[in-house]
Every structure is written in structure tokens, then in C-alpha cells.
Design a protein around this ligand. Structure first.
Ligand code: PAF
Length: 520
């Protein structure tokens, strides 16, 4: 692993590092296993080619207040080098202040994040702190130009602010939040934990314990008016453990604005002093498990991607298309005219439609006790599903059933209308699409692989354009992008890369601390 101490050395290393993505983990050193997990995560191959990881170690004077611990902040470059190398870093950039801020800091251009994000939580106690963090991180990003910036969720306010700074400045870097690492007794790993003596160390564990108990209480009672009471309860409990409370606050997890009722994703955060050490921690309160809604035109690869994404995040895959197919199958079995809504309606009254996830994430579909998993994929069903799905009575019945399935959340639903009519309050809505040319190419490949004749690409493109037109102009549930859906254009992306993008989008909205990945 390379140690780089000047910007010139950094430039040379960047110029010679070869192709592939560069992932960047900024730190202030005194690396512990929380940092090691960030570095390790940064180097994982999964969906980002074979990334090289660069770690920075810089105790940034701009983010310390006059009475804070800048002078005594632990500095341990030798062991940091070892830790970073063991975790898989390719280089460690450890510049001096003069190297990073050659003009000094008095007249330095600073980044001022939005007041609304800075003024509460740690920002209230540490004026100028987040401007200092944003300034150094933007400076480092400008020098390093990484593809991805990895930050711990432990410092949630910092993560929210840096995501916003990157978005507002349009910086070409993806921000990935990583799970908080904890000791066996729950204490979040932090470089400052090494200030704690044995007695303080024991008392420090009260912070995560009390926060976790508070989260359990809210989840169990779901009482809307409990937050102000809860905050003073938490404060009292921390004080009884001889922790000196800086703040206990409940805010919206993303806007960081104070909340007095839990709704959506709520952050319950606290900072307290244990001896000379300032500890921070948080938990998230959720009224239900997360929901992701995925829509988009036919042939954009939604099903494959959604199934794999659901599996990766431990969410249930709700294939609403399969439900419309199941009703179509029932209509055909009952010898009812699929185009006749009045004749179809009575079939829905006693409908027992069950979806369950079988091995490898595939879905089993039962209609009134019959396993129709295979039967609903027949060409006959395919030919009539859009006629059946266009009946208002069918959409109402299935929307109701989907909403009932989503009451507790924890699912990814794919299908028409899903982000607008079925789950308007989904945490993440994605409109997954690809250009007509790309979808035609994929269709041709699929036909070829399945041994069918392949029409010329132009003809396939014309068919796709026609289908899009029909889908988006029909009266019932037309293909439209929900106003708050993120458009993801999948041209040129592998399936793994699309899933990687979805995971990043999901993690911007639902942190690991609120919904961990399976096996984490
Ligand atoms: O979280 C930290 O260690 C620091 O705030 C950071 C992001 C490295 C900036 O100095």
C-alpha cells in the first residue's frame, strides 16, 4: 500500500493507478474496526467493477471548535497504515494542513451547508463544525476525484449534509452510507472511545442501550403522542447513568427538522458526555418496514432486476403483474368473456389469491388453492392480460389486496400504478426504463436465446414504440412516471450495475441502521 503525503504524490499515484473505479474513504485517522469495515466495503467487487480504495487521514482543524479536542485528537499514522492495508486499501493519503490548505485557513473559501441541516443536533453545540467538514471533504474530492465516497451512518447528520453538498454542487461522485459498527455491548465504534477509562467505558454503553429501548417502546405502542414524553424519559435515563446530556432530539431522518410525532422515518439522536468524551448515537423509528415501488415500460428488465434487488435487501418481491395474470387465468378457466367487465366482477368476490416466495426468490402463485405459477405464463394468458387488467373492478380488487399486503411494508412491488395508486407513500419509487433501441436489442437477444426467429431491429423498435403508446394512452392505469419517482435509464448497464444503483437509491432513503441487509 502506498503512503502519499503531498498533493504531488497523490497526483502521480492517481495518474498511474490504472483503470477501474476509485472508492474513497475519508477519515481523521486513529483507525478502528469501524473504519476497517468501511474500507473493506469500499473494495468489494459486487457491482462496481474492481474498485481501488484510497483512504485519507487528516485531522481537519476547520471542524474543531476552540474548546474542542483538536490538539489531543489521537494521531497514529503507523498503525493506521497497517489497518488500512489489512482492510484492502491501495493507498493512504495523509497530507499536512499546509499541503491541503497551502494558502492557510484564514481566507479559505468555505462550503456552507444549508442552515436547516446544520442548526439542530450536533450543529447546535458545534457552530461551524459542518461547514468545516463540508469544506475539507469537497477539497479532498476535488483532489482525488473518486467515483464513490463512503461514509459511516454513525455520523448521520454529517452523512445527510455531505449528500446534500454533493447534490447541490453537482459533484460527480456517488455517496454510499455504511452501517454503524458496534462493540458487543452496543457502543458504536469511534476514535474518541479510546479516551474512556474502564468505568466510563462501562457507563458509555448506557447510551445505545437506552436509545434502543426507546425505539422498541415506540414500535410496540405506536402511540402518536409519545415523542416529547419519550425524549424527556431518555434524557432522565441518561442522566441517571451519570452521562451529561448535550441533546436528545427527534427529527425527520432526512430534513433533520424536529418532530413531535413519529411519522415515516424518524431519527432519535442523542449526544452525551461521559467524563471528557463526547458520545453520539441514534436509532431510527419507523411506522412500518420500507416499501419500494418499481414501474416502467415493458421490456426494460424490471422483473429480473426487482427480484434480485428484493433478495439482496431482504424485502418481499411483490410481482403485481403475476396477480393480473392470475385473474386472467381464472377468467379463462371460468369461460367468461375477458372483455366483459360485468361478467368478470363476480369472480373477484370470493377470490383467494396467494403469493409466496419460493426458493431463489421466485414467486409461487395460488388461485383459489390451485398452483398457477406456470399456467399464468402461457401465451393465452399473455394475450389477454391487458384486457382483463383494464377493468376498473379488477384494478380496485387487486389494489386493495396489494395495499393489505403492504400494510406492514418490507416489500418491493413491481407493476403499473404501483407508485401512484397502490403505494403513494413508498420510501423509494423508481421508473426503470431504457431507450427503445436498447429494449429492441434486448428483445432480439432474448428471442434468439429462446430459439425463436428474430425480426429486424427496426421492426422490434416499431413494436415497442406502439406498445408504449398504447400503454401510456390507455384510460385505466396508463403508463406514467410518478412525480416523485427517480428515473433510472439502464442503457449500457449490466443487471448487477442496475441493482447497485437501486441499492444506492434505497440507502439514501433507508439507512442500514433502520433496515439491515440479510446476514449483516
Ligand atoms: O467523519 C470524519 O472522520 C470526518 O468528519 C471527515 C468526514 C473525515 C472529515 O474530516
Amino acid at each position: 500500500m502506498q503512503l502519499l503525503q503531498t498533493t504531488a504524490e497523490l497526483r502521480r499515484w492517481l495518474a498511474s493507478r490504472g483503470p477501474g473505479p476509485l472508492h474513497f474513504v475519508p477519515t481523521m485517522g486513529a483507525l478502528h474496526s469501524g473504519h476497517a469495515s468501511l474500507i473493506h466495503r469500499a473494495g468489494r467487487r459486487r457491482d462496481a467493477g474492481q474498485p481501488l480504495v484510497l483512504v485519507s487521514v487528516f485531522v481537519n482543524p476547520l471542524q474543531f471548535g476552540p474548546n474542542e479536542d483538536f490538539d489531543r485528537y489521537p494521531r497514529s499514522l503507523e498503525s493506521d497504515l497497517q489497518r488500512a492495508a489489512d482492510a484492502g486499501a491501495a493507498a493512504l493519503f495523509a497530507p499536512s494542513a499546509a499541503e491541503l490548505y497551502p494558502q492557510g485557513v484564514e481566507e479559505l473559501t468555505r462550503i456552507e451547508p444549508p442552515q436547516g441541516l446544520q442548526q439542530g443536533l450536533c450543529g447546535a453545540q458545534r457552530p461551524g463544525h459542518f461547514a468545516g467538514v463540508a469544506t475539507v471533504v469537497v477539497r479532498l474530492l476535488a483532489l482525488i476525484r473518486p467515483d464513490r465516497l463512503l461514509l459511516g451512518e454513525k455520523d448521520w447528520q454529517q452523512l445527510v449534509i455531505l449528500r446534500r453538498v454533493v447534490a447541490d454542487l453537482g459533484l460527480p461522485v456517488q455517496v454510499e452510507g455504511c452501517p454503524t459498527q458496534r462493540e458487543a455491548d452496543g457502543l458504536a465504534l469511534s476514535s474518541r472511545n479510546r479516551y474512556l477509562d474502564a468505568d466510563q467505558r462501562q457507563r458509555a454503553a448506557a447510551l445505545p442501550r437506552i436509545l434502543a429501548a426507546a425505539a422498541r417502546e415506540v414500535t410496540a405502542t405506536q402511540a402518536p403522542s409519545t415523542l416529547p414524553v419519550l425524549l424527556s424519559q431518555v434524557r432522565g435515563q441518561l442522566e441517571r447513568e451519570q452521562l451529561v446530556v448535550d441533546y436528545v432530539e427527534a427529527t425527520d431522518a432526512h430534513s433533520l427538522q424536529p418532530r413531535d410525532q413519529p411519522a415515516g422515518l424518524t431519527l432519535l439522536a442523542a449526544a452525551a458526555r461521559c467524563g471528557p468524551t463526547r458520545l453520539i448515537d441514534h436509532v431510527f423509528l419507523m411506522s412500518r418496514a420500507p416499501i419500494v415501488a418499481i414501474d416502467g415500460p415493458a421490456g426494460a428488465g424490471k422483473s429480473t432486476v426487482t427480484r434480485a434487488f428484493a433478495e439482496r435487501l431482504g424485502l418481499i418481491y411483490l410481482d403485481t403483474g403475476a396477480m393480473y395474470r392470475a385473474v386472467t387465468w381464472l377468467v379463462q378457466q371460468s369461460s367468461v368473456d375477458p372483455a366483459d367487465g360485468t361478467a368478470v366482477a363476480p369472480l373477484l368476490a370470493g377470490l383467494d389469491l396467494q403469493l409466496s416466495t419460493a426458493a431463489a426468490g421466485s414467486q409461487r402463485v395460488l388461485v383459489n388453492g390451485h398452483d398457477v405459477t406456470e399456467a399464468i405464463r402461457s401465451p393465452e394468458v399473455t394475450a389477454q392480460v391487458s384486457v382483463v387488467a383494464a377493468h376498473g373492478c379488477v384494478r380496485e380488487a387487486l389494489t386493495r389486496q396489494q395495499q393489505a399486503m403492504g400494510e406492514r411494508g418490507g416489500l418491493v412491488a413491481e407493476g403499473r400504478d404501483i407508485g401512484t395508486a397502490v403505494f403513494p407513500d413508498a420510501e423509494l419509487k423508481v421508473f426503470l426504463t431504457a431507450t427503445t433501441a436498447e429494449r429492441a436489442r434486448r428483445r432480439a437477444l432474448d428471442l434468439e436465446q429462446r430459439g425463436f426467429p428474430v425480426p429486424p431491429l427496426q421492426e422490434l423498435e416499431a413494436q415497442i414504440t406502439e406498445r408504449d403508446h398504447l400503454d401510456s394512452t390507455r384510460d385505466v392505469a396508463p403508463l406514467t412516471q410518478a412525480a416523485d419517482a427517480v428515473e433510472l435509464i439502464t442503457d449500457g448497464l449490466s443487471i448487477g450495475a442496475v441493482i447497485g444503483q437501486l441499492v444506492l437509491l434505497f440507502r439514501e432513503r433507508v439507512p442500514h441502521d433502520a433496515w439491515p441487509e440479510p446476514g449483516a
